[in-house]
Design a protein around this ligand. Sequence first.
Ligand SMILES: N[C@@H](CCC(=O)N[C@@H](CS)C(=O)NCC(=O)O)C(=O)O
Length: 208
Amino acid sequence: MIELFTANTPNGKKISIMLEEIGYEYRVTKIDLDKKEQFSEKFKKISPFSKIPVIIDHKKNITVFESGAILIYLAEQSGKFYDIKDRLIINQWLMAQMGYIGPMLGQHHQFHHYNPGKSKFGEDRYFKISKRIYDELDQRLSNCRFLSGEEYTIADIATFPWIARHEWHDIGLVQYKNLTRWYNEISKRDAVIKGFKFMKKDEFPPKP
Ligand SMILES: N[C@@H](CCC(=O)N[C@@H](CS)C(=O)NCC(=O)O)C(=O)O
């Protein structure tokens, strides 16, 4: 049994989607970020940076923090979505999500969605970077079906919940034909639908 410590955010959804995709039994322990539960001494013991998501694999007594590391762990355990022959390319797209796509879109959420009007510089900077990310992903997806090639992998699972915030981005996902095609295809997967609404029964990936 896997215990998933999480909240209803893109980083949280990566792991619920993955757990649904590999069909593992799991239970969710909610960490209420508004109530600052991430800073409790108990949670800090398993999450040194006080961030969700974290998993405990109770069968093996293993704890993993950082969503990219969790995806790799679950992929290695299950033998799914991380084919050994494609690992170099999957790692690159996964690391790009972890180090660039997620953090930059996250800043865009902060300036554009949560705090508009507070910093023109911040709003302009992250809006421009986010558009650039849409362009770059669209370009990549003009050459292949999924981010790391023809197979759906943990790189797609990591990136999808961030693009699923497209309404907050105000960029106009539909204008990016290849990214929209990728987004629509992943949105239809049963495991993605289940993993997406793991905390809110009526929550679906928003249409482009
Ligand atoms: N690089 C981390 C980022 C995780 C992260 O930023 N989690 C946010 C929610 S999406 C969080 O826990 N924020 C609480 C805080 O920083 O206090 C990962 O991918 O796991």
